[in-house]
Design a binder for this molecule. Sequence first.
Ligand SMILES: Nc1ncnc2c1ncn2[C@@H]1O[C@H](COP(=O)(O)OP(=O)(O)OP(=O)(O)O)[C@@H](O)[C@H]1O
Length: 586
Amino acid sequence: MKVFLKLIWFFKLRKKEYLIGLSMLGLVAILNLIPPKVIGYVIDEIGNGELTTQSLAKWVGIIIVVAILIYIMRYYWRRMIFGSSTYLAKLLREKLFHHFTKMSPSFYQQRRVGDLMAHATNDISAVQQTAGGGVLTLFDSVTTGGFVILAMAITIDWRLTLIALIPMPLMAISTSYYGKLLHSRFREAQAAFSDLNDKTQESISGIKVIKTFGQQDEDTADFTRLSNDVVDKNMKVAKIDSLFDPTISLVIGFSFMLSLGFGAKFIYEGSMSIGDLVAFNTYLGLLVWPMLAFGMLFNIMERGSASYDRIEQLLEVPVEIDDKENALDSKPNGDIGFKIDDFKFPGDQASALHSVHFTLKRGETLGIVGKTGSGKTTILKLLLREFEGYNGEIRFGNHTIDDYKKQRLREAIGYVPQDHFLFSTTVFENIAFNNPQENREEVEQIAKIAHIHDDILRFTNGYETIVGERGVSLSGGQKQRISIARALMMKPELLILDDSLSAVDAKTEEAILKSLKEAREDSTTIITSHRLSAIEHAHLIIVMDDGTIVEQGTHEELMALQGKYFEMYQLQQLERLVEKGGEEIE
Ligand SMILES: Nc1ncnc2c1ncn2[C@@H]1O[C@H](COP(=O)(O)OP(=O)(O)OP(=O)(O)O)[C@@H](O)[C@H]1O
């Protein structure tokens, strides 16, 4: 029953629908009592030789009218109750989705996509069933069951009613026992389904790696194992589920036996008519559904309750990085002051960043270099407010970044991540992602700055070519340049290129940087790169090592220092020379 209390907010929200639905359901329960009684009267009139054409027509007429009324009301209660439960599913789905969109990367780092998908599908449908089928079974088992029993006791014979009800407690005991068993087995089945979901998602995303390493057979075997596990666990649920119907039939059968035996006795004694016994047994038949509903009710409630708990737990996970009260509702702009004394990723002991201090004037370009894992992307993650909890402060304009609404901060930053993601839609929509209404000239203009326009024109359908998972495959460099164009579309105050030119050749890189410089004269740019040519012209270059700045200055200053930057530069020059030499030899 607890689950109905948990859903009380929803029943209040759809009060009108549920009231109409349940009233209709109650009327149907009452109308259902009429036909058995009519059958009893007809049989008694036949027995007494009183049945005339007129009286038969009257009884048949009553049954037809009742049937039509039941038909109409059934339609309406189904619409009201099941319609509302669909609405609940929609509400929960939207709530979950909205919550997911607000969560920070660490939330996704700790959870599996398959699990989240299972919540959004299976769990929501179990809760939907509670608000639909659950309400129906609860109401039917109580009301229809109650009315039938009352009709049997009041209009026919209360002694026979009591006798026929003797086996019923057996039903209550067994269904509650099965319900408990079902609960734990259902949980296991859901967990197995989550595992399978996760596996499927991972295998499909990683299909290229799986194939390259020739691991298809192993992967399929793994999938089969998990799939079998889902079947096994669901079979265990089904075994308990299958016990409900036979148990109820057995108990009802026992009731029929008792009512027939004792009914016959009462007829012989003259305290009951044959018509009454027929009507009584028809009523007993009408009790089958409420009793079945009673058994199903446990099942539905157990599932709904477990699922609702899981959804609630997920919704209760706090949004780690949220807006302050009275956060500034304006886009930040101005100088960037980055002063981080210490930062550790959540749960980590070691510092990911320490003593990272630099200032970047508006309109300047910052180059961040350093070997892999030295903390370059971490600096950007803090700037984007993906993580907090550091000692120090990050200023953007006249305020620290957490003074602004997160949405406004993000709107000011055009971030091109290392791992590009293209949506399964047209090139145009991928670029104009932030503003799909954008006109074609504007998009083309931006594509030219990102040096991808000519490539796009060579695609079969130009800007209308579908890319992404279901579309044409693009080269790494093309994807990078589309991602850059997407970020540029925002006309960001701060553009961040996180190793975003790694897949284009040196000449294209130089051309892109040149057009960026021209197009974004007054805006700030941060570039992280392994290739020093990408940051050579930056106003400030910082060299990262092991989470801290080991050198900073302009290219000339750093070269004069003859330190780490100098070494890296020399090495890369040498590599270029070797590459060129190779070309010449060919
Ligand atoms: N979400 C995270 N949780 C815990 N540790 C992380 C997380 N992200 C990065 N790290 C760790 O922080 C360190 C710095 O990583 P970062 O991604 O900033 O390096 P990077 O200099 O950008 O490297 P690359 O050039 O390979 O991109 C690494 O040791 C990495 O393992």
